[in-house]
Design a protein. Sequence first.
Length: 407
Amino acid sequence: MAAELPLAGVRVLDLTSVVVGPAATLRLADFGAEIIKIEPPEGDLMRTLGGPSHSGSLSGKFLHFNRDKQFVCLNLRVSAGLAALRRILRGCDVLVTNVRPEALARMGFDATTCRNEQPELIHCTITGFGSDGPYRGKPAYDTVVQAASGLAGLSIERDGSPAFAPFLAADHLIGEITAGAIAAALYGRSRTGHGATIEVPMLETMAAFVLKEHLGAATFEPPLGPPGDKRVLDPHARPVRTKDGWIAISANTDVQARAFLQAIGRNDLLDDPRFCSVPARVAHSGEWFALRSESLATQTTDHWLAVFARLDVPAMACNTLHTLADDPHLRAVALVEHIQHPSEGEVRAIRPTVILDNERPRRGAPAREIGTDTRQILARAGFAETEIADLLEAGAARAPKRGALSK
């Protein structure tokens, strides 16, 4: 990019794993931060949990969440590994972790300890459950949080049984919120010179999303009705079957609704009291959605897309996992590119999506093997070569074997 990225010069110690933390540090990397990812000798679980790979330790999911990072392997179960981590931290602006608070405190990397030594540090902990509630310290993964937050339970209202969103919705959202909180704290530090202690609890954050969306009439005291947005929870609130596929359509305004009725040849319903206003369509959302579902099966997706485009009704074909990466728009903007990876051969890489000053941020280096940058980062932290050799020999650190980065 012609201009320097906004977080250039910020150094982040990434003590996270799986998805939620790596999603946060990936976003910080997109904006120019230097990310030092710390892994145990066995590596981040997502290296293998994320599916197969040529090397056995660089799954597709791991590659996508961990590009543009440096990889340091330390054994934090031994004192020498913890001491090395502390020396690396001294050169960092931010520590972000999803290690459980009790374990973090035992390691001596809780916010109080770290900020007593580095008052200017931004210390950010992602927790499953807030530290001041009865669930404090319980283990959590995305699906646990989807269930506890009510997100999975929304499907009971629509389908009769709970269901997880078929992607890690909580991890993605919390990761993005964490990155925003860190960026805000860095801005605050630039004005005051003081660091910050941040906690991002997953349950509370996801529960707030669900409640903001669905508390609705139960917001008021006394309630004006039960919770739940009828439009979103209706069984027909889903992509609609066409003659040859599926289409998503959203006719929310009165102008769009009238255009939709004209498009499907139902001029007889233009003045129907059930559908002639926004409040009426909300009150009769089930009938409105059913009408929509019944009307589109007679023509192809392309036919309806052309009709709705002409009438300015929002509509798009429904992509699948097999069509998404090759969507014409996504191909035109080069969201997914083919690159050569040093150990995996040709892979698909996903670029950053935020455009800054009319330019897209660079994609950065691909994710690499465990411990790729261990020697370099330890040397920069002030370790002599003999000390680095001792750490490696004692198993407190690990670097890749010679030749590990070539296929």
